[in-house]
Design a protein. Structure first.
Length: 242
């Protein structure tokens, strides 16, 4: 779960009409309007096609069917009118992109002067266990090496403020939180994630051994597991009219 993150009142979107546009990074543009509605506010997430029915269900549960516009688009060329959006939110998006600054520039172009961008990005290098767990150390190293080979930055959370400044934003607020667990189902986030999706960089037959080692760590009430440190940032597009 994400830590509560409030936008200062003076930076809240001025429009009462709020519409979410969910983007899938580096995919072809495909608009799917739920209803005709002017775009005022948009969210950027990493959603993949299997989640599309869940998106609609989630929107319906909040009574937003008639006011929401769901879109999958190329983050670098989202197809939004320049200076047409009040605010944007993204989570775990930039760390998966080869060109995070270019993505931020695209968001910057879509925002109105004074518009707000909120980011929450991870630092996977902060994953650890105490007492130390060889399995969790291996997992972290595999993730970081995989990111390096893909040309992305899984420690990007700690640099998100620098990316934002390079993209032309003014920094308003920074924060971070770091989930730690000794018991509970969330302690096993990484182990059940591996069971679900596997890791292509794990040598043949090694996935089961890696997961078994992590399960052993997860089961011990004496061992603490720290997940990704999450870095949060509020930034805004300079209002040249002021």
């Amino acid at each position: 779960m994400s830590k509560a993150f409030s936008i200062p009142p003076n930076l809240q979107p001025r429009e009462s009409e709020i519409v979410d546009a969910l983007f899938q990074s580096e995919k072809s543009i495909r608009d799917e309007p739920v209803d005709s509605c002017k775009l005022r506010y948009f969210n950027l997430f990493e959603f993949f096609d299997p989640h599309r029915p869940e998106r609609r269900s989630l929107g319906g549960s909040y009574g937003t069917d008639a006011r929401s516009w769901f879109r999958s688009a190329n983050i670098y060329e989202p197809g939004l009118e320049r200076e047409s959006v009040d605010g944007s939110y993204s989570q775990w998006l930039m760390v998966h992109l080869n060109r995070p600054v270019d993505a931020m520039r695209a968001i910057h172009a879509a925002l109105k002067p004074g518009g707000v961008m909120v980011w929450e990005e991870a630092d996977v290098s902060a994953v650890y266990a105490e007492p130390a767990s060889a399995a969790y150390t291996e997992l972290r190293d595999i993730c970081m090496e995989g990111a390096r080979q893909r040309g992305v930055d899984y420690s990007g959370g700690r640099r998100v403020h620098l990316w934002a400044k390079e993209a032309g934003f003014e920094i308003v607020h920074v924060d971070a939180y770091h989930p730690h667990h000794v018991t509970g189902e969330h302690k096993g986030f990484w182990s059940w994630t591996l069971r679900a999706v596997g890791l292509g960089m794990v040598k043949e037959g090694g996935l089961e051994e890696l997961v078994a080692g992590m399960n052993e760590t997860d089961a011990s009430p004496d061992t603490l597991v720290a997940h990704c440190r999450m870095h949060q940032l509020i930034a805004k597009k300079p209002d040249m009219r002021v």
